[in-house]
Design a binder for this molecule. Structure first.
Ligand code: COA
Length: 259
């Protein structure tokens, strides 16, 4: 496995546990974290991965945003490059064909909220706090927050959170659809792992294609319904579909091979 400077990566029999490891800076996402996330996403072979859980080190934060100390000397080009690079890496996460779950402990603000939103689901502890406070700094979200927040909670509520910079609690996040589930304190990583293991028992091609189709809805260059028709046709011809249907009729557990 690679070595990383600002994240910890554990391969737990194909379940990849990623911990953003800058607890003194509340896991703020600096260039080093992005370098590490990019390396990780470029290195992982989806066929050998059950899924990814991303969490933050310590009890206080998932990630309290982009690292503000790196902002001052950027300039227009530097800032655009930073934003574009963040978009590219978060798209890699969003498009990964196995489930990626954010296990959110404490603050998920700014870039931290954006990273959590790029994940396929968010499992959160009772102390989780989400927000996009960029207006307090005189800037807008740079890592997809102005778009993914609308996708997850709708325009009106997204506008409210983006304009006020207010934080929402775990309960509010659950009501808004930003959080998928709330666990007991400290239980978010275990719950996220449990979800990944459950999903890993399903047919792998169907999982990857489901992620692709859900993302297609939000991709203006694609027509999601026709993508669904094509994908339904293609998967009907797979060994896993034959196995899944036979297993159902024979009242036994399916043994999927990813083919
Ligand atoms: N970038 C860089 N450093 C950050 C950071 C960020 N986004 N968020 C927190 N830190 C650092 C603080 O500077 C502080 O460092 P220090 O101990 O060297 O002074 C340390 O993390 C702890 O933060 P602190 O503010 O003392 O903790 P708190 O409990 O009083 O407040 C927050 C927690 C999350 C409310 C507060 O840190 C905060 O508002 N952070 C910025 C959030 C933000 O605007 N994110 C969007 C960035 S675009």
């Amino acid at each position: 496995m690679q070595t990383y400077n600002s994240i910890l990566v554990e391969d737990l029999e194909g379940l990849i546990l990623v911990t953003i490891n800058r607890p003194k800076a509340l896991n703020a996402l600096n260039t080093s974290v992005f370098d590490d996330l990019e390396n990780l996403m470029n290195t992982l072979n989806p066929a050998q991965v059950k899924g990814i859980v991303i969490t933050g080190s310590g009890e206080k934060a998932f990630a309290a945003g982009a690292d503000i100390s790196e902002f001052s000397s950027l300039g227009i080009d530097g800032a655009q490059n930073m934003s574009k690079r963040g978009h590219d890496i978060f798209f890699q996460i969003e498009r990964f064909p196995k489930p990626v779950i954010a296990a959110v402990n404490g603050f998920a603000l700014g870039g931290g909220c954006e990273l959590a939103m790029a994940c396929h689901m968010r499992v959160v502890g009772p102390n989780a706090k989400f927000g996009q406070p960029e207006v307090n700094l005189g800037i807008v979200p740079g890592y997809g927050g102005s778009q993914r927040l609308i996708q997850l909670i709708g325009k009106g509520k997204a506008m409210e959170l983006l304009l006020t910079g207010n934080m929402v609690s775990a309960d509010e996040a659950l009501n808004l659809g930003l959080a998928n589930v709330i666990t007991e304190e400290g239980g978010e990583v275990e719950k996220a792992k449990e979800l990944i293991l459950r999903i890993s028992k399903k047919a792998p091609l169907a999982i990857g294609e489901t992620i692709r189709l859900v993302n297609a809805y939000f991709d203006k260059s694609q027509e999601g319904f026709s993508e669904e028709v094509k994908t339904f046709g293609a998967l009907s011809n797979t060994a896993d579909f034959k196995e899944g249907a036979s297993a159902f009729l024979e009242k036994r557990k399916a043994n999927f091979t990813g083919k």
